[in-house]
Design a protein around this ligand. Structure first.
Ligand code: SDX
Length: 434
């Protein structure tokens, strides 16, 4: 196949090189398009537009493949370890035993928040959305670590990455405790990543939470399955903010905000609300699917569909297995799991979904797992953010290390009024015109 593309505009033609990725994906490199032709491209939602070259995660949406630094995610299912995957994504290789132990120990050592930060939690109403608190407090964290604004070398970056990955747990747990009027539980110096998070969430001052190994493994797997997903909306946001050379904390705080939307990370909350709606008898699964197919209803089958996956989201399959395994192990009978299975069964046989290649995505089953563990619905997207943080950090650093990195600044096609004059206030009519 040719290594260049020719664009014909009127009687002029322009050639642009074709880049090919390690998995054979091809891109027309149009970075000289406007200079050569005076034209730009238009691609709302960027469904056809690549923003960068990246070596972190590979997705094949047609074949349902997801690999972290080349490793298929299915290989992390046995003895799932979120901290190991965080290291892999950020530093580009699986950690040696020494690297792993040092990193895990660092995460434990820096889990505390500055006492001054606790007062910020008191300023939020108990009803404050945890995602608002999370974004605000990640930004506030940088105020307590000004030495990490500038990350000109790998050692300083590693310190900042560890602090963010460790402290996001503490911020999340404190947001939960504040919403319930519970005392904050300090991180435990001997607990590893997930048990320490669950300790801060569920311990009481005189009754320490004991982490069930089954729950520990399930949460590790849920977090690592959310750890990265190439140029999704929130990761692209982190890259865009980072492209202005904004610091790592500000860039990740922006990622939290992008993730919050119900079309993105907020979908795991919307899925639970959908399942609850069906469970409380407002609609049958069949009626809900019928609504989701009706454009006028504005209803969507939440947790279904994906911009990239046009076959099964491999994470959804793995999370469905976790839900089927975990609930009986915990002695939990959740009717929402059966409703989710029924919705999946109906949709996968319905031409509307089949023709549009709409399958369950990562958000379809994750909430059922989190609910079984005792995590409230309004914390589901916070859990997604804890999982996605290493991916945001990895992309921020990959971009920062890219020589010749340019600030992200898309163009537009202007469709507003032609040149006109300002009408003095005294001469304006109803619509502000003369
Ligand atoms: C995540 O990008 C990532 O990688 C994201 C993510 C990650 O790890 O970062 O994987 C995490 O965000 C998963 C997606 C979570 N969101 C949801 O579950 C919300 C429900 N799904 C959709 O709104 C939708 O499928 C999106 C947002 C996920 C994808 O939207 P696209 O690619 O812009 O597709 P579209 O909206 O243009 O839909 C194409 C067609 C339309 O019908 P037609 O106009 O062709 O007739 O499919 C229909 C849509 O109406 N459609 C749905 C549907 N999703 C798409 N119809 C009913 N229910 C749905 N869920």
């Amino acid at each position: 196949m040719s290594d260049a593309a020719t664009l014909i505009l009127g009687d002029a033609s322009y050639r642009f090189p074709i880049l090919e990725g390690t998995e054979g994906e091809r891109a027309i490199d149009i970075r000289t398009l406007r200079a050569k032709s005076g034209c730009i491209t238009l691609d709302p939602g960027y469904a056809n537009t690549g923003s960068c070259e990246s070596a972190i995660t590979f997705i094949d949406g047609e074949r349902g493949i997801l690999r972290y630094r080349g490793i298929p995610i299915e290989q992390f299912e046995q003895a799932p370890n979120f901290v190991e995957v965080a290291w892999l994504l950020i530093f580009g290789h699986l950690p040696s035993p020494q690297e792993y132990e040092a990193f895990a120990a660092d995460l434990t050592a820096c889990a505390n928040l500055d006492e001054g930060m606790k007062h910020h939690f008191e300023g939020f109403p108990r009803s404050a959305p945890p995602m608002a608190i999370l974004s605000a407090m990640i930004n506030a964290l940088s105020c307590f670590h000004p030495e990490l604004f500038e990350l000109e070398d790998a050692d300083r970056f590693r310190v900042a990455a560890a602090r963010l990955i460790s402290k996001i747990r503490t911020i999340a747990a404190y947001a939960y405790r504040h919403s319930r009027g519970l005392p904050y539980i300090y991180p435990h110096p001997e607990l590893r990543y997930v048990p320490n998070f669950l300790h801060m969430m569920f311990s009481q001052p005189y009754a320490q939470h004991v982490c069930d190994p089954v729950v520990r493994d399930a949460v590790n797997l849920v977090l690592l399955l959310h750890a990265d997903h190439e140029q999704n909306c929130s990761t692209s946001t982190v890259r865009m903010v980072g492209s202005s050379q904004a610091n790592l904390f500000a860039s990740c705080a922006a990622g939290v905000c992008a993730l919050w939307g119900p079309l993105h990370g907020g979908a795991n909350v919307a899925v639970l609300e959908m399942l609850e709606q069906i469970h409380h008898g407002h609609l049958s699964p069949e009626e809900y699917v019928r609504l989701a197919k009706d454009k006028d209803s504005k209803v969507r089958l939440m947790g279904f569909g994906h911009r990239v996956y046009k076959s099964f989201d491999p994470r959804a399959r793995m999370l469905a297995n976790v839900a089927e395994r975990l609930l009986p192990q915990l002695g939990v009978r959740d009717p929402l799991l059966q409703i989710a299975r029924r919705l999946e069964e109906i949709a996968l046989e319905d031409p509307y979904f089949v023709e549009r290649k709409l399958y369950p995505n990562v958000d379809f089953y994750s909430g059922i797992i989190l609910r079984a563990i005792g995590i409230p619905t309004n914390m589901f997207t916070v859990m997604f953010a804890i999982g996605r943080l290493p991916g945001w950090i990895a992309h921020w650093w990959e971009q920062a290390q890219t020589s010749g990195n340019k600030i992200a600044r898309p163009r537009q096609i202007y469709v507003g009024p032609l040149e006109t004059d300002r009408v003095p206030l005294s001469e304006r009519g109803e619509l502000g015109t003369a």
